[in-house]
Design a protein around this ligand. Structure first.
Ligand SMILES: [Zn+2]
Length: 303
């Protein structure tokens, strides 16, 4: 089975240099070194330098305020340059570089920058939601260069979470693709099904369970397709294919408000006609749909 390569958010190139996180002075030293490159994240956005369709993260030397911010050591490149992510309070309106979200620019960034943005976004989300110890409720504080939070009362260490989710391109006996619409998605969006892996469950079992729960279809021949981080807020999306035993759909109306089997012939016409919209190219969903289709799918030009 052919797998998906170069997924937008699975292209990171930095050496994470995990052993350096053990140095308790690492961040303080790096944030005093003008050779360090810092990416600042504010409310899920980072500054980018745009040039045509290409886009690069604005990576700057440390500034004095960085020492007072939540900071994470992201790793180093082949030239020995160290990269640090910091979480700022407000977007500096004086800069000329626009602030962009990872969803917006993840597919346009270089391999290195896409990996940097995905990692700092995932870590920032985790820090923001793990300010207190799950054992005793006391405040936790960052440790290990931003890769651990330690309880200030009982000293327990808490590690960044990544929540696995499965996403599946299900086809029927005539190779039509199952697309569905969740009430939680943007209006008009149709996509492949996805869901979180439950405790005690394998990835393949999660694929079969989710498809049956959401549209009443039994799937078999579940096969791995690819994976990428999806830090909104903290998932790893693992893509699969699956074959429906029967194409009769029976929707769980709370989770799925519309579902259909779409042929290769009909899909591009329906998209261009505005019948529904697909997920953005930064998503594994879009890549899976185009993988089934056999190439890029044109979308209407948005005003
Ligand atoms: Zn505690």
């Amino acid at each position: 089975m052919e797998t998906l390569h170069d997924l937008s958010l699975a292209r990171g190139t930095l050496d994470r240099a995990g052993l350096r996180r053990r140095d308790p002075d690492l961040l303080a030293l790096l944030l005093k070194d003008p050779q360090t490159r810092v990416v600042e994240l504010v409310e899920g956005r980072a500054q980018v330098i745009e040039s045509g369709r290409d886009c690069a993260l604005l990576l700057r030397p440390p500034v004095e305020q960085d020492a007072f911010r939540l900071a994470v050591f992201l790793g180093q490149d082949g030239h020995g340059t160290s990269f640090v992510g910091v979480v700022g309070d407000a977007q500096d309106p004086s800069g000329t570089a626009p602030w962009r979200s990872l969803r917006g620019v993840g597919a346009l960034l270089s391999d290195r920058d896409a990996g940097i943005f995905a990692t700092v976004q995932a870590l920032a989300n985790w820090h923001a939601s793990h300010t207190h110890c799950p054992r005793c409720g006391a405040v936790t504080e960052p440790d290990q260069a931003g890769w651990v939070r330690r309880c200030t009362r009982d000293g327990t260490e808490h590690y960044p979470r990544t929540d696995p989710a499965v996403i599946m391109a299900v086809t029927d006996a005539t190779d039509r693709l199952l697309l569905a619409r969740s009430p939680h998605w943007p209006p008009g969006r149709m996509s492949v099904l996805a869901g979180f892996v439950e405790p005690g469950e394998s990835l393949e079992a999660a694929v079969a369970r989710e498809v049956f729960e959401e549209v009443g279809v039994v799937v078999e021949q579940v096969g791995y397709l690819g994976n990428q981080p999806w830090p909104f807020p903290g998932s790893l999306m693992v893509g699969f294919t699956g074959r429906a035993v029967d194409s009769t759909l029976s929707l769980d109306q709370e989770e799925i408000i519309e579902a259909m089997w779409v042929s290769r012939q009909d899909l591009p016409e329906m998209v261009l006609a505005g019948r529904f919209a697909l997920s953005p190219t930064v998503s594994i969903a879009r890549r899976m749909i185009e993988h089934w289709y056999g190439g890029p799918i044109d979308t209407p030009v948005t005003p």
